[in-house]
Design a protein. Structure first.
Length: 284
């Protein structure tokens, strides 16, 4: 039997279900703060918990990459679904020899994304999910200005036709020039935006990619497969794409590390969570 129970979290359906002793296991996809509360609730009764939480995902772009593929793929990973994708990219690290070229290319892609109705053929980006979320994303746009970011493009609300003005629109936005300690570099925004930072060495790129409490996903762009494989083992994430993004076989493990989650979904990994491994011994 599959039941759908509508409701909210605190003092509502979510809190009741996760605390109820007749619920034998809990799986959750959402923000890290909520996942923390659910994990605490699951501790009563020692019930298994599987969590797929937030991220501040990085893309690492080397000078030897297939440049057009890197730009096109990162355009998707930053702006698809108006940035409302847990696997989306919000931090981009680009090797210095191609840094300016890459920034200009991604700027051109962002500025070519026409906002509008989803079924219009020329629409390239839609609205955010709610006014509450729009307010949150715009607060980060303001925070970036206050922190001294160079606004490459965007940073506000697009000018829409009268019949769409009340929608939850925000502009695709790119920043440069911020330190790694800046709020918009460290905190998950969940909007169509990214900060682009140059790097000089492989070690520097790995250090910056790992300098986050999250560990959901990353993507690496290089034609040196040895380097790609090396970085894939050094960047602390549950999912790593090489010269690609959002490729997935549903039989493979899906999930994050650090504060991006616990447990894995997909194929046998889902069966391991939703069933109990049992050992039966018989003496003949």
């Amino acid at each position: 039997v599959y039941n759908v129970i509508n409701g909210f979290g605190v003092d509502s359906a979510g809190a009741l279900l996760t605390a109820h002793p007749d619920v034998s296991g809990i799986t959750f996809t959402g923000e890290t703060k909520t996942g923390t509360a659910i994990m605490k609730a699951g501790a009563d009764g020692i019930r298994p918990v599987s969590l797929e939480l937030g991220g501040k995902n990085a893309a690492v772009v080397f000078a030897d990459c297939d440049f057009e593929n890197a730009v096109n793929t990162i355009t998707r990973s930053v702006f698809e679904n108006c940035g409302q994708v847990c696997l989306g990219t919000e931090r981009v690290y680009v090797e210095r020899p191609i840094f300016e070229k890459f920034v200009n290319a991604l700027k051109a892609k962002a500025e070519g994304m026409k906002p509008g109705r989803p079924f219009d053929e020329d629409t390239k980006i839609g609205p955010l999910v709610s006014k509450v979320h729009q307010k949150k994303v715009l607060s980060y746009y303001q925070k970036a200005r206050e922190e001294g970011a160079t606004i490459v493009t965007g940073g506000g609300v697009p000018d829409m036709p009268d019949d769409l003005k009340d929608g939850c629109w925000v502009e695709p936005t790119i920043w440069t020039g911020l330190p790694e300690t800046a709020a918009v570099v460290r905190e998950e925004i969940f909007g169509p935006c990214c900060h682009i930072q140059p790097f000089d060495t492989e070690e520097e790129a790995v250090r910056m990619a790992n300098d986050t409490k999250y560990g959901l996903a990353t993507s690496i762009y290089t034609q040196d497969i040895s380097r790609a494989s090396r970085l894939a083992t050094q960047i602390e994430v549950g999912l790593c794409w090489i010269n690609s993004w959002f490729l997935r076989d549903l039989r493979t493990p899906f999930g994050g590390s650090k504060q991006s989650g616990i447990g894995r979904e997909g194929g046998l990994h889902s069966l391991e969570f939703y069933t109990e491994l049992r050992n039966v011994m018989i003496k003949y």
